[in-house]
Design a binder for this molecule. Sequence first.
Ligand code: ZN
Length: 314
Amino acid sequence: MKSFKSIIKQLLFKTRFYKLSFLQNRFYIIPYHMIVDKPNRFYPETSTRDFEKQIVHLVKNYKVISLDEIVNRIKNRRSLRRCVAITFDDGFRDNYEIAYPILKKYNVPATIFLTTGYIENGTAPWFIKLRYIFMQTTKTHFNLSHNGTTISIPTNTRDGKFAASDKVMAYLKDCPDEERLPLLDRLCEQLGVNEFKGLNDLMLTWDQIKEMAGNSISFGAHTVNHPILSRTSVEMAEREIQESKRMVEEKTGKSATSFAYPFGKKSQYTPQIFPILHELGFKCSVTTESEPNTHRVNLFELNRPVPWEFSVLQ
Ligand SMILES: [Zn+2]
């Protein structure tokens, strides 16, 4: 009979072994939004310099493959050790003007998830408009009314503007989808900002998308209007997903088999959406949760650590 000590030893070895193989199969999907020369903390931006540095780091230390290839490897149980895929959400024009030349320079594939309504209308997403309103306002205070109480938030400094926009962002993300846009209109009135001149030409055009689609950039769906899918009806969520997929496919002439949940945190989508995505012909969908992925991951819940949490990629 084995001694107690040897059983413990064996167990420890096994645990270490499993832990090791688990770590070796980690792979990463990275979400970028905007790439700009001079980042502004109000927007989800990465500087051009940092972006290029990160791409160089990834090319040197990882296998940078397409999201499609990640899915194939998961399905075929092939190694994903030190594999990375690059993605961009929403479809900002700098993806074409700044990121695309860098991706080409290092021969790196990427997937861009398009919010098709914004591409079609050339308008900025509501969460960008919200930040813009606070950046532009000349009012020194902002009154936020919620649950019968009103608080006054100073907006006379850059820090104050940022803090106020953060509070309102959290509030708007939490409110039902149909109430959000009217609230944004009221915000414009209260803060005296009625034009979004600075946000013209912010989104990709279909011509730019078509050009990239022929050159190792894939396009996925990201809904039409960027709703929070856990805050809409399942029927509405399905329409948003289906229509954005249809539009991406019509314009690029290629099938769109990946989807990114708007905002992408666990509380912002529901498992009821997984079978809908499957039926619509998607092969995978991505979140913005930052846990690394392993082979055991649900294909409709692939996590993406954000670049500013890049320490996970050392
Ligand atoms: Zn988005």
